[in-house]
Design a protein around this ligand. Structure first.
Ligand SMILES: O=c1ccn([C@@H]2O[C@H](COP(=O)(O)OP(=O)(O)O[C@H]3O[C@H](CO)[C@@H](O)[C@H](O)[C@H]3O)[C@@H](O)[C@H]2O)c(=O)[nH]1
Ligand SMILES: O=C(O)[C@H](O)COP(=O)(O)O
Length: 328
């Protein structure tokens, strides 16, 4: 199956799943439980509304809630995110408390990996917590295909992405890393994955066994790694996407997205090296340049003149958590 066939066959619309009583019934019939995992960092202004909306979806299912566990994995946010989430009834963990033997957490991907040690659901649904216009379909829409079709193992959100600045709104201006890095990279190196509208979306669900059986890259490399690894593990036909309408995220400055882009590129390069497609070696840690692979030199013009900024960003690959938990 190529990307064109897949796109036709495995793209859904959230309205197909808007009968929440039916969805709840389906979930109960299949005997499945669901954990919603919310990685969070300084999102005190948005996380409360998101948790409320998950509860509201649960109330519309006639006694068969779609989400059984709401799990917040917080980056010790100084803005009080954890308190807001706990007040709204979520189970809250510090990312640094989980899997402590692995030291301090390395960004979002590590928080997601560690969450698997406490996520109880048969299905694990990750969700970003900086969404400003969180709609109920971000809960039930993503779950729809995996509940309806047992051959579906992984579902990714798709949506339009406005870019909002103080001056103006560009209707489809958001998703700069997605459009300028990830999609071109996938076209070149993983063409099977080019049918995904939002390959970096933080909203996606899979059965817990799938997430437990693949490695997780830390930081912002995580979604790119999971896309590639899930594809290798279950194949394209077991993957799907759902159109959820529109999502407004909190924008980072372009300069920070340059580093996010680097994380995406490193994820692809790492997998390609493991596949022996780069440098003729399958050693993922073999250097590809005279610089340490984790250094990011960023030349910028500032009011004080030109500067060469240097960031040391460690990219760690966490092994499949099932292996680690077995040893534990
Ligand atoms: O160290 C971190 C950084 C972020 N987050 C949370 O992760 C989510 C997304 O982070 P954000 O900085 O808003 O990312 P985006 O700029 O929106 O990046 C997009 O692209 C990233 C790289 O693929 C994905 O991780 C994101 O989910 C996706 O929305 C938010 O809920 C954050 O609170 C953490 O939990 N820990
Ligand atoms: O997915 C992306 O490309 C990043 O989240 C950046 O999105 P933005 O351009 O909407 O800030």
């Amino acid at each position: 199956m190529d990307a064109r066939d897949w796109f036709k066959h495995r793209s859904y619309d959230f309205r197909q799943f808007s009968d929440l009583e039916k969805m709840g019934h389906l979930k109960r019939e299949r005997g499945l439980t669901v954990s919603a995992v919310l990685p969070s960092r300084n999102v005190a202004d948005t996380i409360g509304g998101i948790i409320d909306e998950i509860h509201a979806v649960n109330r519309r299912t006639n006694g068969n809630p779609l989400v059984d566990q709401i799990l917040v994995v917080d980056a010790d946010s100084p803005d009080g995110t954890a308190d807001v989430a706990a007040d709204r009834g979520a189970e809250v963990f510090s990312e640094n408390e989980l899997m402590r033997e692995h030291g301090g957490a390395h960004g979002k991907g590590d928080a997601m990996w560690r969450s698997l040690s406490v996520a109880r659901g048969d299905l694990v649904m990750y969700m970003d917590t900086d969404t400003k216009d969180f709609e109920p379909q971000l809960v039930y829409g993503v779950l729809g295909p995996i509940l309806e079709d047992p051959t579906v193992r992984y579902v990714k959100a798709a949506y339009r992405r406005p870019f909002k600045s103080q001056e103006a709104l560009q209707v489809d201006g958001g998703g700069r890393v997605t459009e300028l890095s990830t999609k071109p990279l996938f076209n070149l190196f993983y063409p099977e994955l080019t049918g995904f509208v939002q390959p970096l979306a933080g909203e996606f669900v899979a059965d817990r066994e799938l997430f437990r059986s693949i490695p997780f890259l830390t930081g912002y490399a995580v979604e790119t790694g999971i896309m590639i690894d899930a594809y290798k593990k279950v194949g394209l036909d077991a993957m799907a996407q759902v159109d959820l309408g529109t999502r407004q995220n909190r924008h980072q400055p372009l300069r920070d997205l340059s580093r996010m882009s680097y994380a995406v590129l490193r994820a692809v390069a790492r997998r390609m090296r493991q596949e022996g497609r780069l440098n003729q070696t399958s050693d993922p840690d073999a250097p590809v340049s005279p610089f340490q692979f984790s250094d990011y030199l960023h030349a910028v013009a500032t009011p004080d003149g030109l500067q060469l900024q240097e960031y040391v960003e460690e990219l760690v690959e966490r092994p499949p958590i099932e292996e680690v938990l077995r040893v534990r």
